[in-house]
Write a protein that binds this ligand. Structure first.
Ligand SMILES: Cc1ncc(COP(=O)(O)O)c(C=O)c1O
Length: 385
């Protein structure tokens, strides 16, 4: 064994422990206030049946990359359906949102281009931008004026890409997509939108915030994870014909990776059917989120002013977030402490995520428990944002 390496790693692990940053793998236990299964589809009998049927028909593994023996008619069919759902020409399915973001950001930008990225973008976007190797400028969160300034600076210097989440995963607030679209229109910058936490939830069809903002024509490509509201796994990149054609030719995470299990296409088809036929799930989710936000406000626990189903309760230091999460877990609520580097230092939090299976009575019980725990866990003030 390389003993020096072992010592080095053990020192790192101990450092994480001392800073309350050591993570543990903990299976679901208790009432779900932390998953991304917003619409309650992950365990839906219709999805399970379609996936089981597809396993019977197509087996478990895809046996190769999509460009080799891993291709299936069911992938092509679900991509056609997803593109229609999103209102775009084409879609391409990846085995995860992380890989889809790496693919987009390492395939389209070339030397001489610039990527402008919101400071709160998800790690998978940040990693993709780093891997792209092109110049990057990070603009302050949701700051349209700052973005306008950097866009102006980039004029005439290769292609510019603007990258943002539509609903931010740790803060639950929305990007100012209409303003970004207008800016990009004026400067020919290409707008890339990660709809991970919005797809399935917002818009008349449920296709996301691009749809509900009405900026479909202004977006270059969007990334839509299928492991969150859609209840399955993987992610669709949607965009124009030429962009998807190019991803198939050049995106390394697509080319050099075994295709996902074919049966996910069956579950995804069922998911899209339910999203189309049961819009009440979206309404119910919005109602539940509104109810939880109102209960938190009534209990004196402040949260950022948005209305989405992701509600951060910011507690400040890592230790406090852990103590509060553990106290609530011991009372049967599955909430998790979110700490740096997932969020900025000093903003450790509970990330509450609402799903349609939570009743108002459960949410009331939860807020009573949270208020009691937060009240006890000095020294930070209750959940100021
Ligand atoms: C905004 C955002 N983009 C991308 C991803 C990655 O998606 P996946 O979990 O499918 O890899 C996540 C996952 O949490 C996310 O929150």
């Amino acid at each position: 064994m390389p003993e020096e390496l072992e010592r080095r790693i053990l020192t790192h692990l101990q450092g994480l422990q001392e800073r309350q940053l050591l993570r543990t793998l903990r299976p679901p236990a208790g009432i779900d206030l932390s998953s991304n299964d917003y619409l309650g589809l992950a365990n839906h009998p219709f999805l399970k049946k379609r996936m089981i049927d597809a396993v019977e028909l197509e087996g478990c593994g895809s046996t190769g990359s999509r460009l080799l023996r891993g291709e299936r008619d069911s992938f092509a069919a679900i991509e056609r359906r997803f593109a229609e759902f999103k209102g775009t020409a084409r879609a391409l399915y990846f085995s995860s949102g992380y890989l889809a973001n790496l693919a987009v950001l390492t395939t389209f930008p070339e030397a001489g281009d610039t990527i402008l990225s919101d400071e709160r973008n998800h790690a998978s976007l940040i990693d993709g931008i780093r891997l792209s190797g092109v110049k990057r400028v990070v603009f302050p969160h949701n700051d349209v004026a700052a973005l306008a300034r950097v866009l102006k600076d980039c004029e005439g210097q290769g292609q510019t890409f603007v990258v943002t989440e539509s609903l931010f995963s740790m803060d639950g607030d929305r990007a100012l997509l209409a303003a970004y679209a207008a800016l990009c229109r004026g400067t020919k910058a290409a707008l890339i939108v990660d709809e991970a936490h919005a797809v399935g939830v917002f818009g008349e069809r449920g296709s996301g915030l691009i749809e509900s903002t009405g900026i479909d024509r202004d977006v270059f490509v969007s990334i839509n994870t299928a492991g969150k509201a859609l209840g399955v796994s993987g992610a669709f990149v949607t965009g124009p014909e030429w962009a998807i054609d190019y991803l198939v030719q050049r995106a390394r995470p697509f080319i050099f990776s075994t295709a996902p299990p074919p049966a996910v296409a069956g579950a995804l088809d069922a998911s899209l059917t339910l999203i189309a036929s049961e819009p009440e799930r979206r309404t119910e989710l919005a109602n539940r989120a509104g109810y939880l936000r109102a209960c938190l406000a009534e209990a004196g626990i402040s949260t950022p002013a948005d209305s989405s189903h992701i509600i951060p309760v910011i507690l400040g230091d890592n230790d406090r977030a852990l103590v509060v999460a553990q106290a609530l877990q011991s009372q049967g609520f599955d909430v998790r402490a979110i700490r740096p580097p997932t969020v900025a230092p000093g903003t450790a939090r509970l990330r509450l995520s609402v799903n349609v299976n939570l009743t108002e009575a459960t949410l009331e019980r939860f807020v009573t428990a949270l208020a009691a725990v937060v009240g006890r866990s000095l020294p930070c003030s209750a959940g100021s944002s």
